[in-house]
Every structure is written in C-alpha cells, then in structure tokens.
Design a protein around this ligand. Structure first.
Ligand SMILES: Nc1ncnc2c1ncn2[C@@H]1O[C@H](COP(=O)(O)OP(=O)(O)OP(=O)(O)O)[C@@H](O)[C@H]1O
Length: 574
C-alpha cells in the first residue's frame, strides 16, 4: 500500500511526515493516562495514595491534555491542509496525464469507467489520504509500541497477546480479499450506471424520436437495481469480518487477565507487573477497536489506488527529442500506414505533400480513412509505419502541446462548453481580450446572431451548445479557430444539410479562417473540392487519385464519377 501511495503522490508524500510526527506524539502522550492509572492503582494497593499525589497526577494529566490539544490541533490541521494540497496536485497531474494519452484509451474505456476513475477513485483515495491515513499510521505505531512494552513486561503474556493480534490481522487480510472481489463487482456496476445515465441523457432526443424512452429507462432502472444489490452484498460481506475483529480486540483483555492470573498464582509474575499488563492490554484493545471502526473507510482504497496506478501506467504521447519548432508549415505523409487495431489496416502507404498555404481536399466514400488522416496530423494517434513531417520535422519529435498550438480544428460535431459565448470563443486563445473575441466573431459571421441573444456575448450556451442551432454552433467553432490563428487548419466540412443562408455564412467564415493557411479539409461540397489546390481521393485506405480538379477530371477516373454524382445531387437539391 505504501508503495502504491508513493507511486501516486511521488515526493509530495514527504510533506506529510511533520504532521504525522505530531500525530504520533499525540498518540504517545495519550499513553500518559494509562501510566497515571497504573501509578494510582499501585498507590492504592500499597496504601501510599495521598492528596499530594492526587495533585501531582492531576497536574501531569492536565499537562498531557494541553500538550495533546496542541499536537492534535496542529497535526490534524497541517495534515488535512497538506493532504488536500497534495491531492489537488495529483488531480492536476492526472488531468494532464489524460490529456497526453492517445485517443485509443478513451475509445477503449467506457464513459462510466473514465468518470469512475476521475470521480469515485480519486475521491476514495483522497478521503483515505486526507482523513484516515494519519489515524492508521497512529494505530499501527501505537500497536507496535504497546506490543514492545508487553514483551518488556512479560514475554509469555506478550505472546498470548500477539496471537490475538495476528488472528486480527488474518481477519483483516481475509476482509481485504473479500472487499477487493466484491468491490471490483460494485465498481463495474457503478461504471455501468454512469454510462447508462450518460447514454440516457445524451440520447434522449433519439429515444424520444423512436419512442424508446420507456425501454431505455428500464435499462437505467435495472442498472440502479444492480447497484443497490451490489452495495448490500459488499456491506454484508465485510460486516462479519469487522465484527469478528472488534470482538477479538475486546477478548484480548479477559484472555490476558486469565493467563496473567494463572502466572500470578504460579508466582512467576508479580502483582505490579500483572496490573501494568492489564492496563497495557486495555490500551491495546482500545487502539484496535478504534481502528476497526475505521477499517471500512479503507475498503475501496486499494481498488481505487490500483485503478489510478493503472491509468497512470498508460503511455503518454511521447516525443523522441524535442526538435526546434518548424519554421514552415507544409505537411508531408511519407508511406504512412495505420491501423486502429493490429491486423486491420485503415490507411495503406499514404504519400502526399500539402504545401504551405495551400488547400488539400480529402474526398472518398464513407470509411475510406479521411478523418483518420486528419487525426494522424494532430497526433491523436501515431502512425503504424511511415512518417509524417510538418515543415520537415517528424511530428513525433515535436512536443505534442506545441504541435497542437499550431493546428486549428473545426469538426462536424461541435462541442461547446456550458459557459458564455464569449468564453467559448476565447478558448481558442485564452490570452485574447474582449475586442479580439468580438473581431473573431465578426470574421466568423456570428456577431449578428450573438448580439440578438438576450445576454449577447455573455449568454450561456448550455452544455454541448444545446441552446444554439447547428449552423450557429458551427460558426462559433469557426470563430474559435479564427482567434487561435494557427498556421495549419484541419477541417471537416459539415455534411448535415444546412439551409442556403447558413451554408453561405459558414462558407464565408471558413474563407476567413483558411486564407493563407495550410488547410486539409474533408470536403463534401463541390465548391470546396473544386477550389482546392490538391485533391486526394481515398479508397479503402489507399490513395486512388491525386491532383487538381482539372487534372482529375481529365483522368476520367473515380474522381470524375464522384463529381458527376455530387453535381447530380446538387441539381436535385436546387
Ligand atoms: N477509433 C477507432 N477505432 C477503430 N476503428 C476506427 C476508429 N475510427 C475509425 N475507425 C475505422 O477506420 C476506418 C476509417 O474511418 P474514418 O473515420 O477515417 O473514415 P472517413 O473516411 O472519415 O469516414 P466518414 O466519411 O464516414 O466520416 C473505418 O473503417 C472506421 O470504422
């Protein structure tokens, strides 16, 4: 466990030592009470108790009390403050780590799993680190100390006590195995519940459209029921162990009493040592009982820590040796092949150059690999073989953050934050001022519709932009890209049928975005394709044809047929 914590918190864990030291001091001072009790009993047994001693013991207890107050207050406060700070750093590191992972991690893990790690696991880990870890260390420290004292008093009674403690540890070990087994099941169900809630809420439109809200809700309800069942099973599974442990802790005292009485009768133990042992045994049983009450707080800890370690173990997008940032922004694919899953190639030997400041249109049937080409440029994934260069530098040598700073992306699925329009545009350039945001909105032809909204630029757009039309969202995402002003633009043209006005507005916004940039566009509109400097026709992951509109038309191949189909569709639309 310590190893896992060290792995997750790194050197930060050292910051916790001073408050832990204070908590141990508090634990040691708490033993003064038992010391005074021992002296008092001895005095009573030997008839040496006096008012003077009463005053002395009271003073000692008072001093111990004040010291404990100081140690506890300082230790706990420091511990919680530092613990929260360390966990905050861990959360930021985790967020940073997730940001640097390949997209495959997010594809392979359900929303429920990802949210579970980011919320439940971090919270479980945090609760133990900031609240219970100190108490656990204190309990272990006191137990070791008291057992050492026991051996110092009488090894025979100490061995009896040790047998009990080992029995208790065995029970905790068995409990932790049960908790891990049942906890994995419960975590899986929590992941399912979260996934189904997300599915239900984000798909509510589709479910309503297909009159499926009832059956979908049943799916959700069923996962709630499984969650309840697994919670009960887990609690019921752990309760007997905790109870037996608490009973064992309680039984320690009478057993030591009986064994000690035997030794007393045999006259191999003095009555003073017998008394001191009884007091030590009482103290130990109190420490163990206090810990058993908190044990259930550790039930998910190991599981949570394991999943966090597993998340940290996922490889980040690396870069061999940071090369100088490119000075040019042409893009070259040199014999690039790529597979999402080993053995299923999606791109095969792709070779093209997109010259700086020109537009390259990617066309091809659905599933031919167009989106994959743009994802590889942004390094959402790494090539399986071959190389991609930007300005002559292999993108795997560039720091991924710096690479992304040079790329603006406009996707079909626009995601807007549940924030103001202003902040949604500013995300493209966090340092931009209000004037720049307004200017970007103007260039993206969205100022007019924004100013008609009740709060203008300060209007909240709702999660995912739910309060805006498809065309408005598109234009906002273009404004975002314009303000970023990156030299490379990756664009996925909207396929959803936009009305003529919207299409015209978006087209004009895109012109503002793309002028003078190296543009790779997944093109669907005939105008965009025709105006491109270079057209790449993809077929089943390979390049079928490459050239300008004129050249490809003259070739009379796949492109020529595709243009014919597009033109026919357009005439139908008109
Ligand atoms: N994350 C992924 N994991 C596994 N396979 C994927 C993933 N993304 C895409 N694919 C597969 O890769 C192939 C190419 O997909 P891609 O999205 O690049 O095609 P596309 O030409 O952009 O299609 P469309 O025009 O329909 O968007 C498809 O067979 C697709 O199923």
């Amino acid at each position: 466990m310590i190893g896992t914590i060290r792995l997750l918190l790194g050197k930060d864990i050292r910051r916790l030592w001073p408050p832990i030291g204070l908590m141990m001091l508090d634990a040691l001072i708490s033993m003064v009470f038992y010391g005074v009790l021992y002296l008092l009993i001895l005095d009573l047994m030997n008839a040496t108790f006096s008012l003077h001693k009463l005053g002395l013991y009271t003073l000692v207890l008072l001093a111990a009390f004040l010291l404990r107050c100081a140690a506890t207050a300082t230790g706990y406060t420091m511990y919680h403050v530092l613990g929260s700070d360390i966990i905050k750093t861990m959360r930021l590191n985790l967020g940073n780590h997730l940001k640097n992972l390949y997209l495959g991690y997010f594809d392979k893990n359900s929303m429920g799993h990802l949210l579970g790690v980011m919320t439940h696991d971090v919270a479980d880990f945090e609760r133990v680190i900031t609240h219970y870890m100190g108490d656990l260390i204190k309990a272990v420290f006191l137990s070791v100390y008291l057992v050492a004292v026991a051996f110092w008093i009488d090894y025979r009674l100490a061995l009896v006590q040790l047998t009990f403690i080992l029995g208790g540890l065995l029970i905790l070990w068995a409990a932790s195995r049960v908790v891990t087994r049942l906890g994995i099941r419960k975590r899986r169900v929590i992941g399912q519940v979260v996934s189904r809630i997300v599915e239900y809420i984000s798909g509510i439109r589709v479910f309503k459209a297909f009159n499926q809200t009832g059956s979908r809700f049943q799916r959700l309800e069923q996962s709630f029921r499984s969650f309840k069942r697994e919670s009960i099973i887990l609690e019921a599974g752990i309760a007997p162990f905790v109870m037996v442990f608490a009973i064992l802790a309680d039984l320690g005292f009478p057993l030591v009493m009986i064994s000690g009485a035997g030794l007393l009768l045999e006259q191999t133990l003095t009555k003073e040592l017998f008394v001191i042992f009884l007091i030590q045994s009482l103290a130990l049983s109190n420490v163990l009982k206090a810990f058993s009450g908190q044990y259930h707080e550790f039930r998910y800890f190991e599981l949570a820590a394991r999943r966090l370690v597993d998340t940290y173990a996922r490889p980040e997008i690396g870069f061999a040796a940071e090369a100088l940032p490119p000075e040019r922004y042409d893009i070259e694919f040199r014999d690039v092949s790529f597979a999402y899953e080993p053995g299923t190639p999606v791109l095969k030997n792709i070779r093209f150059v997109a010259k700086e400041g020109t537009t390259t249109a990617l066309v091809g049937s659905s599933g031919s690999g167009k989106t994959t080409v743009t994802s590889l440029i942004a390094r959402f994934w790494d090539v399986t073989s071959g190389r991609i260069f930007i300005g002559g530098r292999d993108i795997r040598d560039l720091n991924p953050d710096r690479l992304l700073a040079k790329i603006s992306m406009v996707f079909q699925d626009v995601y807007l934050l549940n924030d103001t329009i202003y902040n949604n545009i500013k995300i493209g350039a966090p340092d931009a001022g209000r004037e720049e945001v307004i200017r970007a909105a103007e260039l993206a032809h969205c100022r007019q519709f924004i100013e008609k909204l009740p709060g203008g630029f300060d209007t909240l757009v709702g999660e995912g932009g739910s309060t805006l039309s498809g065309g408005e969202k598109q234009r906002l995402s273009i404004a975002r890209a314009i303000i970023k002003n990156a030299p490379i633009v990756l664009l996925d043209e909207a396929t959803a049928s936009l009305d003529a006005d919207n299409e015209h507005e978006i087209h004009r916004s895109l012109q503002q975005l793309t002028t003078g940039k190296t543009v790779v566009v997944i093109a669907h509109r005939l105008n965009t394709i025709r105006d491109a400097d270079q057209i790449i026709v993809l077929e089943e992951g390979g390049i079928a044809e490459k050239g300008s509109h004129r050249e490809l038309l003259a070739g009379g191949g796949a492109y020529c047929r595709m243009v014919g189909t597009l033109a026919a569709a357009k005439s139908w639309k008109i």
